[in-house]
Design a protein around this ligand. Sequence first.
Ligand code: ADP
Ligand code: MG
Length: 708
Amino acid sequence: MNAPAKIAPATLAKLAKLGIHHRADLLLHLPLRYEDETHLTPIADAQPGMTVQVQGVVTHSEVMFRPRRSLVCRLLEGHAELTLRFLNFYPSQQKQLAVGKQIRAIGEVRMGYFGLEMVHPKCRAIDDDTPLPQSLSPVYPTTTGLSQAVLRKLIHNALETLPLTDTLPTPLLKKLQLADFGDSLRLLHTPPPDISTATLQARSHAAWRRIKFDELLAQQLSMRVHHRERSKHLAPALPAHRKLTAALLQKLPFELTGAQQKVWREIAHDLGQTHPMQRLLLGDVGSGKTIVAALAALQAIENGYQVAFMAPTEILAEQHYLKLNEWLVPLGIEPVWLSGSLKKKEKTAAAARIASGDTLLAIGTHALFQAAVEFNRLGLVIVDEQHKFGVQQRLALRNKGKAPAHDAGRVLTRHASAKQDEIVGLKPDLQNHEPHQLMMSATPIPRTLAMSYYADLDVSVIDELPPGRTPVVTKLVSDARREEVFERVRAACLAGRQAYWVCPLIEESDALEVELQNAIETHQQLTAALPELKVGLAHGRLPPAEKAAVMAAFKAGELQLLVATTVIEVGVDVPNASLMVIDHAERMGLAQLHQLRGRVGRGAAESLCVLLFMQPLSELARERLKVIYENTDGFVIAQQDLQLRGPGELLGARQSGVAMLRFADLNEDEDLLEQARLTADELLRDAPDVARAHLHRWMANKHDFLQV
Ligand code: ADP
Ligand code: MG
């Protein structure tokens, strides 16, 4: 084995920018693509559109000033000529391309003013006997000031000097039909000339598959390890007593669907454990997550513990507050309401009730985890639409559960219907306890994404809608036919139903102002066009009391048409509303359109969603509207969204805490992901040393993979 090369400090700094901190990281710095310098094309055979390598003698070299300053050279081979043109160039390049020099140039050939030419080809001076490279030339991701040549040399050196031992045992590789690690790396860094460039570029070659598998395995291992670590923490056991929960179920006007019963069983079981639940409840819009959350809350309350129920917007939080009041007050439990818009005095009063343990259920916005709010004994945190919250916010709420030591063993509370003797049975070390966590999301996450990025959570899925829903019909209508849509609204409302009109989303810096202006103008326009209807307006700037009044009036059927900004995006529930018009639908994302459409189709009436769009449509907008028009299943839509946007955008806030995959592609590599997931569990159970070695190779320099 050769000695490792010394690396200059300036180069080290640049490598660090690429995430290369250890010599071994060089091995996993894999090519973006390859250039084929292994053979030459005679200039006489070069055709426009081809990317080729040619060689010849410089017969002419000149700096021209028209149409703009450029270096123009003529390359001669036999009788054939080719022009090389450079718009930006260094004096050194000019020297390299002096008349009489022999040059090899790679680039795309096109037809130019002087005949065939290459613009900005990659050039290299050669002698008569400079050999051609024997393998495809890797092109690496790099950063300013770090040349491909330097990177290639460093990586080559790492390949020669570092051990390329396989982290995975041979029988496992055989079973999964995976290639050897060292062979794969060598092949990817220095592919032989006879290899199929296509399979290399498409990353479908066995060597790529091995590396992608390793990456996915590392990701799965790391998330499972996190999951394990957190499940070693302590939480109060909140077993099912089936008193309050049974009472609620009995009072409901409906039966839980099979899917709701299944997820409810999973949650009820988790709550009974002495380590914190870390469960994500996924269910499409309208699948009935709120009742499941209410049951979970009751189980905690039965055990004398407090529950914090948090939603991302005031409207949604308030709706939960009203709903839970309706369900829980008859059972003797009075939720307390806490939001940022409460007056200071009200807020202090609410916080005091929470701190004294007087109240067992607090519902609100992120105001719930402000420093001033101190829970007495928080047992369960429920976060609705969890993807709308940042990692930091959720962490803050979880830490609220760690009660100060003097609270330990404190006796509860006048609303606690649970029997006191059940409370006495609790462990006294409350200060080490964390609350259980139930996160909910209506953004259906494609299976691959859920498996990959939520591998640190347990996932429950409600995969069935309550019965009696009629599917929503979707229509795409150009804004030129706006008036016809007014008529639709009129007809629906006069027939006794209700409608939403959602105003466009504005993305400029003064978005709120413009959005508000827009909503007000649309409201005026609709009031004028439909004088016989009662039209309400809800937007983000309305004082909370007014907003609540408008929503209540709509819910009660006193308003027939509700003009709203996207404040109604999540969670609003008015079964009699059967028409949804989305203005400027071309500006909205798929998840948002799906959520909005989910506001209708909740009752028995046939529902309609009109997507009004403004011409001309961008390519992406056209794609999105097509997807939403053709699909109603949230999971299918999410899968399409993943293809249109990639996982980074789809995951939003969560992404900030997650190192994204560099090589694997969740669309293409589902089979590898599935294998990696199974293998991760197997290794953690049967071969922890192997798991550790593998994590070390892939994660040695990653920061904490996930902080949630
Ligand atoms: P989401 O999952 O979008 O939060 P909600 O919890 O708001 O959905 O439920 C949507 C509507 O369906 C509500 O009116 C709710 O009361 C109702 N609902 C929930 N479960 C059932 C069920 N099993 N049968 C009938 N209606 C139900
Ligand atoms: Mg909801």
